[in-house]
Write a protein that binds this ligand. Structure first.
Ligand code: MN
Ligand code: MN
Length: 307
């Protein structure tokens, strides 16, 4: 089962301006073939379907724990997309719907993913940068441990490529931070699956890393995560379970040659994380509604009743 914490895995800076086209580019990292929906779906179903879980605990634990991290990545990218769609943090919800007859959202017809506004109300959706739906054909769960791990290794290297390309299109700090953080974490996952394959097969597949062949130190947004050692950490995302992956991630294994040196470590639980930015209401877009005052009042009474 899953436990939910009302925080993002990392603190994101607020966007400096509304940029729905940047949000569309970032959608590739959410609903694209190599996006977070795909890594989540692959590891989640592989972990559900894993054969001989008890006997293969280090490998099962690795896939299971990374599943939970990927669910948080889906949340993180979705927040990044919505933040770019909505613009800088502001003073709070508007409450008056006002006169909507003057085409207040005329600009939205010209954004490249018009459905992001027309259908999604400025949120994120499980689609790629062209609005094509994410789909379950992006999931591979064969039941063969080597094949599944090899698929995961390919998926993380492919995800790294896509993150780098999206990063190269973005100027806003919110979108770049999402890419920088996910590049570090994706590199961890590629390394972890390489080590798992090495333990089973004896093949030094970790020598193929980094793929693409650019070290994280070339990306300014990765620097603080390298300084704090995020590239050496895997989290269990559980109070008590999944510690067995330390036999793979740890056990004398060290950081990749291009990254700051040190031993790999498994951390119990989860990162401290960062706040979820408020997406404030825009009555003329009917979010959360045209005249939400009564809704806010009801919610306020319910909140008081819960204390
Ligand atoms: Mn991820
Ligand atoms: Mn990953």
């Amino acid at each position: 089962m899953f436990l939910r914490i009302d925080r993002l895995q990392v603190e994101l800076p607020a966007p400096t301006r509304q940029d729905p086209n940047a949000a569309a580019a970032l959608q590739e990292l959410l609903g694209g073939k190599y996006g977070e929906m795909s890594t989540l779906g692959n590891y989640m179903f592989q972990s559900f379907n894993f054969r001989s879980k008890n006997k293969l605990k280090p490998f099962y634990s690795l896939v299971a724990a990374i599943t939970a991290e990927e669910l948080g990545h889906v949340e993180l990218v979705s927040n990044g997309v919505a933040m770019l769609n909505n613009g800088p943090d502001n003073g709070g919800d508007e409450t008056d719907g006002g006169d909507i007859s003057g085409a207040p959202f005329e600009d939205m017809k010209d954004i490249r993913l018009a459905a992001a506004f027309l259908s999604g109300g400025g949120g994120a959706m499980p689609v790629n940068s062209n609005g094509q739906s994410w789909n379950n054909d992006f999931i591979t769960t064969t039941g063969n441990v080597v094949l599944d791990l090899l698929h995961n290794f390919h998926l993380e290297c492919g995800a790294r490529l896509h993150k780098l390309r999206v990063y190269e299109t973005l100027t806003d700090p919110a979108g770049r931070e999402v890419c920088g953080y996910l590049l570090v974490r994706g590199s961890v996952h590629a390394h972890a699956y390489a080590l798992a394959l090495k333990k089973i097969t004896g093949v030094d597949i970790d020598k193929m890393l980094p793929t693409p062949n650019i070290p994280l130190s070339k990306i300014p947004e990765c620097q603080k995560y390298l300084d704090e050692g995020s590239h050496r950490r895997l989290y269990t995302f559980s109070p008590d379970d999944y510690k067995e992956m330390a036999g793979i991630w740890g056990n004398g294994e060290v950081a990749l040659p291009d990254d700051p040196p040190g031993e790999l470590q498994v951390v119990d639980g989860m990162p401290e994380g960062g706040k979820i930015h408020q997406l404030t209401g825009v009555p003329s877009a009917f979010t959360p509604d045209y005249a939400p005052e009564e809704m806010f009042e009801i919610a306020s009474k319910l909140y008081k009743a819960s204390r």
